[in-house]
Design a protein around this ligand. Structure first.
Ligand code: NAI
Ligand code: MG
Length: 352
């Protein structure tokens, strides 16, 4: 029996609701498969926990997390804590501490889901986000607070190691897809140093992948291409900030933020990788039982894939797609179903 140890961190808002739904389908998959078992440990780290204890991650917490095979994460962010405190308190210490430098964000319009685009069915993208440096390196400062001469800096950091490894990761992934096409997203017309290096290293790495077709697009232009010519994109590699924005657009174009998954990978597997839906805590629907669990199910499928359970991942996506196609959908997709109803139906199809 293969055993996978999962650290579950639901955290804030709808996070615990969708993670609990995700664990339900994972249990159904393990029961159906019979070849693997999940050992799940829940971590109560959240903004509520922070307000009580003064920290998101207790002493020794990251060391403990390190021993797991994967982290299944909900969302962090609360109306009681400034967003930069919650993000840097919980999510970024894991992403950066565990060197999860490759953030993989697939986008596709699932059966029965309506894209706001007329030709939305053409969307079949994977956005690769550099996840360890760039604009979110945390390099900056404030001085003369409150005075007229106050200054704030936020310096993007690009290193040769950081840039080369993300481009190589993107080429490897592009090579495995039928279209073998990789688009470099950049802003090297306006930003002359880090972004120019970003482009140069891309073309150095490209020499090792003659079978992958490439093109280059400025980040502003790529937004119009996503909307007007979605069929011309396949794999996209972009910096931390650029890909953050592009992947929310990708999620909206593929129907809802409620279906978009993501994996924060440490490809060398020196540390556990973290799997989470793209969406946040969604204060407006927290506690109503109507959060769309599909993003978390798709996320769970990516986690299973990473754990070597490809067959279970495939079965899960088949069940999810059958359910979206049947019209059983939560309100964000225009339906009337609850989180529990969608979860129950996915579990039923997994078992059947
Ligand atoms: P959000 O993703 O929480 O919500 C945006 C809109 O999408 C809301 O109308 C929400 O109801 C809807 N939505 C999101 N997920 C949904 C789902 N599964 N089903 C149905 N509808 C869904 O983004 P927002 O409002 O910008 O951020 C709220 C909080 O979440 C903030 O504190 C923010 O910092 C945090 N956040 C955390 C993230 C993370 O943990 N990775 C990512 C994004 C935001
Ligand atoms: Mg984002």
């Amino acid at each position: 029996m293969r055993v996978h140890r999962i650290a579950a961190i639901g955290a804030d808002g709808i996070g615990p609701e969708v993670i609990s739904a995700g664990l339900e389908v994972l249990e159904a998959l393990a029961a159906r498969d019979g070849g693997f078992r999940l050992e799940v440990e829940h971590f109560p780290w959240s903004s509520e926990y922070y307000l009580r204890h003064g920290h998101y991650i207790p002493e020794g917490g990251l060391e403990k997390l390190k021993t797991f095979d994967a982290i299944f994460f909900g969302a962090v962010g609360s109306q009681q804590v400034p967003d930069h405190v919650s993000l840097w308190g919980l999510r970024l210490p894991i992403v950066q501490g565990f060197d999860q430098y490759a953030n993989v964000r697939p986008a596709r319009v699932l059966p029965g889901v309506k894209s706001p685009l007329q030709n939305g069915d053409k969307i079949d993208w994977v956005i690769i986000r550099e996840n360890s440096e760039g604009e979110y390196a945390g390099n900056g400062g404030r001085a003369h607070r409150g005075l007229p001469i106050e200054v704030g800096t936020e310096t993007a950091v690009f290193t040769r190691v950081g840039v080369e490894r993300i481009h190589r990761f993107a080429f490897e992934l592009a090579r495995k897809r039928p279209r073998k096409h990789l688009t470099l997203v950049t802003k090297s017309n306006a930003q002359r140093y880090g972004m120019v290096m970003w482009d140069e290293i891309f073309y150095e790495v490209a020499k090792d992948y003659p079978d992958v077709k490439t093109d280059r697009e400025l980040v502003d232009a790529v937004t119009t291409r996503m909307v007007l010519k979605p069929q011309t994109l396949d794999v996209v590699v972009a910096t931390n900030l650029h890909a953050d924005i592009l992947s929310d657009l990708a999620a909206a174009l593929s129907g809802s933020l409620g279906i978009a998954p993501t994996a924060n990978l440490n490809p060398e597997r020196r540390f556990p990788s973290m799997f989470e839906p793209i969406h946040g805590s969604a204060f407006d629907i927290t506690g109503k039982g109507i959060a769309n669990p599909v993003a978390t199910f798709w996320t769970a499928a990516m986690m299973l894939e990473h754990l070597g359970e490809g067959a279970a991942a495939h079965r899960l996506m088949e069940a999810v797609e059958a359910v979206t196609a049947s019209g059983l959908q939560t309100p964000d997709l225009g339906g009337k179903a609850t989180t529990a109803e969608v979860t129950r139906e996915v579990c039923r199809r997994i078992a059947g």
